[in-house]
Write a protein that binds this ligand. Structure first.
Ligand code: SF4
Length: 291
């Protein structure tokens, strides 16, 4: 729970605030960009919500914040924020909210599918929060848990214990050490279900994997994200823990695939038509080679 005594001075006066425990994950500024902004190395409220919809977004940010750094001085119905998750992004694809501090507020996604299609899957791990579990259960639980890389595994064991989901991860990121059930190897793409492909993308980490669903939704972990500033796709050289040249090579591999959505763990998501997304990807690769 945020502490009013630690309210950051960058917050504008009023009801909602961010305190000094903020770890600058940018979840709030992505979820409610009209209310929260990154003022440097932390986020703060730069405009108080004025409408019911804006208040809902502020409450959703409060729920999604990994460190409980967002607070309000007035009384609000917390369920307005809690019940908004999982938040529908498109069709059967949801943002889970409830980010985890151990994955630095990385975003995780839920995809609902029928049993015949392979059942629901989760991409990376949200916080193991009772309120979220209560919302996932009636949606059919979780059949698969796809882990893009070792930084964003958070509460994977608890989800495995609760739902019996099969976890999927690459051996080069320590899948065996973590006790993962489906261990990926090599650099070739692996068909997990008829509509679901795992594509190894070493670079950020050695065993990083992106997951392509329906040739439309690409879950990119920390490999690839949208840059609102440059209005195109981007990657983060400063956190290419394994190898930047390898990450460029992995990015080039993605030119062979169609996708319309980029859904990252960190950074902004985006949706454009597949041909335009490929142009952005090519632009990103060209830009990466100059870094
Ligand atoms: S969601 Fe929380 S930790 Fe992340 S930037 Fe906002 S206030 Fe900071």
């Amino acid at each position: 729970m945020a502490n009013l005594q630690q309210r950051l001075p960058e917050n504008v006066p009023g009801d909602f605030f961010v305190d000094s425990t903020c770890i600058d994950c940018d979840t709030c500024s992505q979820l409610a960009p009209n209310i929260f902004r990154d003022h440097g190395d932390q986020c703060s409220v730069y405009r108080q919500p004025e409408t019911a919809e804006e208040t809902k977004l502020a409450l959703m940010s409060l729920v999604a914040c990994p460190t409980g750094s967002i607070g309000a001085t007035q009384k609000h119905d917390a369920h307005v924020g809690i019940d908004a998750f999982p938040m529908s992004l498109a069709e059967n694809v949801y943002f889970c909210g409830f980010t985890s501090e151990s994955s630095f507020g990385g975003w995780s996604y839920l995809v609902t599918r029928s049993a015949g299609e392979g059942g629901n899957f989760l991409v990376d791990s949200p916080r193991f929060a009772t309120q979220l579990l209560k919302r996932i259960e009636p949606l059919g639980g979780i059949k698969r848990m796809l882990l893009t890389h070792k930084d964003d595994v958070a509460d994977h064991e608890l989800f495995r214990g609760k739902f019996g989901c099969e976890r999927t991860m690459h051996t080069a990121d320590g899948a065996r050490r973590l006790g993962v059930e489906k261990v990926l190897e090599g650099e070739e793409a692996i068909q997990l279900d008829a509509d679901l492909l795992a594509i190894p993308t070493p670079g950020h980490t050695r065993g990083h994997v992106v997951f392509l669903y329906q040739n439309k939704f690409l879950f990119t972990g920390d490999h690839l994200a949208w840059s609102p500033a440059r209005k195109t796709l981007t990657a983060f050289r400063s956190v290419a823990w394994y190898s930047w040249p390898e990450q460029i090579r992995s990015m080039e591999k993605l030119l062979a695939y169609d996708f319309e959505w980029v859904l990252p763990g960190h950074g902004d998501l985006n949706h454009v038509a597949a041909p335009l997304m490929r142009e952005h990807l090519q632009r990103c690769i060209t830009w990466m080679k100059t870094r």
